[in-house]
Design a protein around this ligand. Sequence first.
Ligand code: 5GP
Length: 207
Amino acid sequence: MFQSNNFLIILISPSAGGKSVIAKQVLKKCENIEYSISITTRKPRGNEINGKAYFFVSEEEFQKRISDGDFLEYALVHGKLYGTSKSFIEKILSSQKHAILDIDVQGVKQIIASGVDAITIFILPPSAAILKERLLKRGTDSKEKIEERLQDGIKEIDEVNNFDYLVINDDLNDAVDEVINIIKIEEKRICRYKNIKQTFYGGELVK
Ligand code: 5GP
């Protein structure tokens, strides 16, 4: 009824902290949220389809998009370029939906600095020991890679005070519910409602 503004939802977590799984569950449960598909120069893995997990482009294409000012943010992550497309985000917001982003901390900082309406939620496993255990369990990385990801994760934890909310990912379902509750509360902020009086008074008796 009262037209509200939509916003960006950014989940941040160390590798294996659970942000991708949580984002998928939130998307399943909330019809008014859409996933921001990033653009990357990394090659597709396994059966990843272009335009689903990512838009896969060449280094030249990515550089052209940088000079055309196409990115809301972009960063070099593990040696490859990743970026969020301005027009993709605009499309989501103009369809009256929120955009959920799965991006690294460098990108998050750029978005915060840009002043775009965004909420940031830091997802943290209950302890460093549990984070390490989850990284080992994934079994997809070598010992060196796991150590590298742990160190990167520690750097991200150093940044925790820059974000709006903290969700401890002990139980996945609880963590998903907490993220959804945060989004619902954010939707209720007065600053996100336009024309409250006009809508209430039917546009005639505006006080
Ligand atoms: P992966 O290649 O494993 O899917 O992602 C590697 C890392 O890149 C993850 O931390 C992911 O959050 C990050 N990432 C994915 N898309 C973007 C993006 O558009 N911008 C930034 N800055 N990071 C991204």
